[in-house]
Design a protein around this ligand. Structure first.
Ligand code: FMN
Length: 237
């Protein structure tokens, strides 16, 4: 019987049976407790030890708890993660989106799948990303996981796949974690947002690589179709 539906009405056929009323009451309390546990765990109020919550329904067992962690400076990686979140949630899974700087290692066992997205700045993913991966490698390897990189080199057709992008190659050299799925997405150039020095350096790099150099240019290179395809992979893995 779906949660929230009243099984017995006052004066109904079984209303007289006190045993039935006790069972209904007990089932409701169990269901409410289970939901409170799930909610508290999902929002980080209790840790994994307490997540052995009472009986999950068949529908909830097929529902994955997905953790998406992001490392961003200007927000494009977060935007990509938000798109992935809405895609995965549309497939009836639960998603928690957290900055890699705020993620709590102790909460990782609560999740069925873990995804990390990180942007490139001056040739590198932020060191915090590798610190997090090194600290949590065994848990990352114990379940389906994914990693993707966001950079502007990936705007080039020959460099927009994990096999051809230099920053994924660099990731493989720096980390021995082998995620279930790997992705790479082109990011965004937003000259007005950058400080003078960064703007000039990126303009120079763009001039050398046939990219936009107008100091007022704001160009989003992200292929949202590729992001959506990656989201479908996350659901399937
Ligand atoms: C200061 C700076 C340095 C960057 N360095 C690189 C780089 O070395 N290689 C690259 O492909 N993209 C580089 N980019 C482009 C970023 O990866 C791109 O803007 C991305 O969208 C940033 O993601 P975020 O907004 O999540 O930080 C750089 C951008 C800035 C502003």
């Amino acid at each position: 019987m779906p949660y929230g539906e009243r099984p017995l009405r006052r004066g109904g056929p079984a209303a007289g049976s006190s045993l039935t009323r006790v069972k209904v009451f007990r089932d409701r309390v169990t269901e409410m407790t289970r939901r409170l546990y799930a909610l508290a765990a999902f929002h980080g109020f209790i840790d994994a030890v307490h997540m052995t919550a009472p009986c999950r329904t068949a529908q909830e067992q097929s529902m994955a708890n997905v953790l998406i962690l992001y490392s961003t400076v200007d927000g494009q990686t977060l935007k990509i993660c938000q798109r992935l979140q809405s895609l995965v949630e549309q497939q009836a899974h639960r998603v928690k989106l957290v900055s890699v700087d705020e993620a709590q290692d102790a909460h990782l066992p609560l999740f069925d799948k873990i995804v990390i997205g990180a942007s490139i700045r001056y040739g590198k993913h932020r060191p915090q990303v590798y610190d997090f991966i090194n600290r949590n490698r065994s848990i990352l390897e114990s379940r389906p996981s994914a990693f993707f990189s966001v950079n502007v080199v990936a705007r080039k057709p020959g460099k927009n796949a994990p096999e051809t992008n230099p920053y994924i190659r660099q990731f493989h050299k720096k980390s021995s974690w082998r995620p279930t799925a790997l992705g790479v997405f082109a990011g965004k150039i937003d000259y007005p947002k950058y400080g003078f020095r960064d703007r000039q350096i990126i303009r120079l790099i763009m001039w050398m690589t046939n990219g936009p150099t107008d100091p007022k240019a704001v160009v989003e290179f992200t292929d949202w179709g590729a992001v959506e395809a990656f989201g479908r992979r996350l659901c399937a893995m």
